[in-house]
Ligand binder design. Sequence first.
Ligand code: SF4
Length: 314
Amino acid sequence: MRTLPPPARQQLEDSFAFTTVTPQVKRVADHGQTVKYLFRLGDAKTIETVVMHYDATTRSRARTTICVSSQVGCPIGCTFCATGKSGFDRNLTEAEIVDQFLAASRDLGDKQRSLTNVVFMGMGEPLNNYAAVVGAIRRWAREDTLNFSPRRVTVSTIGLVPFIERLSAEGLPVNLAVSLHAPDDELRSSMIPVNRKYPIAAIVAAARAHAERTGRRTSYEYVLLQGINDSMEQARRLTTVIGHRLTHVNLIPMNPIDGSPLSPPSKARAQAFQSVLQGAGISTTIRATRGLDIDAACGQLRARQLEPAATSPA
Ligand code: SF4
């Protein structure tokens, strides 16, 4: 509001909060293509948000994706995930989710590309904070705010079936990403405790219903862990469990976590796993690792907390 005199502007600034997230640290990797932010919240807790730029290819346009957090920490406790290991603090408010987008947009400035996609794959299980997540998606979508289409939003879940069903009934054409990571319940329950409550068949049925209702295909995320879930027999079992209609699989070779005995398979083995899925008619990609050197890859947020004093301020 540059038309106001400076003292009035100062008074406004001192009296009102214009954002609920304050940039504390910003780190850049992949030659400027990946940017990771540590934001401080009103109660001094911190969250992490990642922005990834992708250049245009022959098959897709250039895009800039923001990976937002929905909780401080995560209560689900997956064995292979750094965020889960750090425990759970609290849900984010709708404003704190909305403001991650605004703060990152502001930092991108006018000269750079604007945000084109949102993925809820930062800290937390988004469907565990259902009202705030759906509220934020609706707020971004409003014509008098950002007019940002829900079609460009992906909600990633570990498979909280009742909330997938509720999301399907919202009339929001958001994309659903299901973190599956195993083709059978015994193995999945050992990696993801909540699988005992919501087994694979129930999750796939709910995801299928969402895909049919919205016309948006379901992405199944599958972290490849050497010697645990990466055999060709497991790949075959996966094809029968998820089917090929409105289905895509993202294979994610595990990102190393300090002190963890788990490791990713070789590139050749990951490709062989992919071939089995493709042979069954399932669209499958192996996710390119981004931001590894700043711990911004999936399951690494909070692996090593960014220390404000140690790195450059945003
Ligand atoms: S993988 Fe997702 S759901 Fe599991 S602990 Fe990590 S953040 Fe939570």
